[in-house]
Design a protein around this ligand. Structure first.
Ligand SMILES: [Zn+2]
Length: 141
C-alpha cells in the first residue's frame, strides 16, 4: 500500500520541472511579490494594479525562527507522538519574506542567517492515512 500525497491547500505550491516552488503573484509595475496570490497590488505608491503569476524559491536565508515546544491548539494538525518543530521566517532570494515550518530533526541547531531551501514534505497524516503535504524550509549543508 502506498501513501497518497495530498496538498494541505490547493494552489499554494507545486513541484515544477525545476523543483518545488511557491505559487504567488508579482505586480508588473512595482515588482512587489505576493504569496499567497493577490489579485491587486497593496503597495500604496503603486497605481496600475496589474498582477502576473509568479513562482518563488527555492533558495533563501533564515531571517528568524522559533521552536514550538508543545502541541499547538486546534486547528493545527500534527502526527502523534508530538515532536517539537521550528517555524521560520525566510528571506527568499527573489524578494519574498515568507513563514514556513522548518525541515530538521534538530530545531535547536537552526541559526539565523543560515542558507535554506524550499522542500515539500508531509505536515501530518489525515484520517485516511494520506500524507498531507506542505512547504517547509530545510537547512542547506
Ligand atoms: Zn504594484
Amino acid at each position: 500500500m502506498t501513501t497518497k500525497q495530498v496538498p494541505v491547500t490547493e494552489g499554494l505550491f507545486a513541484e515544477t520541472a525545476d523543483g518545488p516552488r511557491l505559487l504567488g503573484t508579482r505586480c508588473t509595475v512595482c515588482s512587489t511579490p505576493y504569496f499567497p496570490r493577490s489579485e491587486v497590488c497593496h503597495n500604496p505608491d503603486c497605481r496600475e494594479k496589474k498582477m502576473q503569476e509568479a513562482v518563488f524559491g527555492p533558495r533563501g536565508t533564515l531571517w528568524s525562527c522559533a521552536i514550538q515546544d508543545y502541541p499547538p491548539p486546534p486547528p493545527a494538525k500534527y502526527d502523534e507522538p508530538y515532536k517539537p518543530y521550528a517555524m521560520g521566517v525566510v528571506d527568499l532570494t527573489d524578494g519574498l519574506r515568507v513563514l514556513g515550518r522548518m525541515s530538521t530533526n534538530d530545531p535547536g541547531s537552526l541559526q539565523v542567517g543560515m542558507d535554506v531551501e524550499l522542500v515539500l514534505e508531509p505536515l501530518h497524516h489525515d484520517d485516511e492515512g494520506n500524507a498531507v503535504i506542505t512547504w517547509k524550509f530545510k537547512p542547506v549543508v
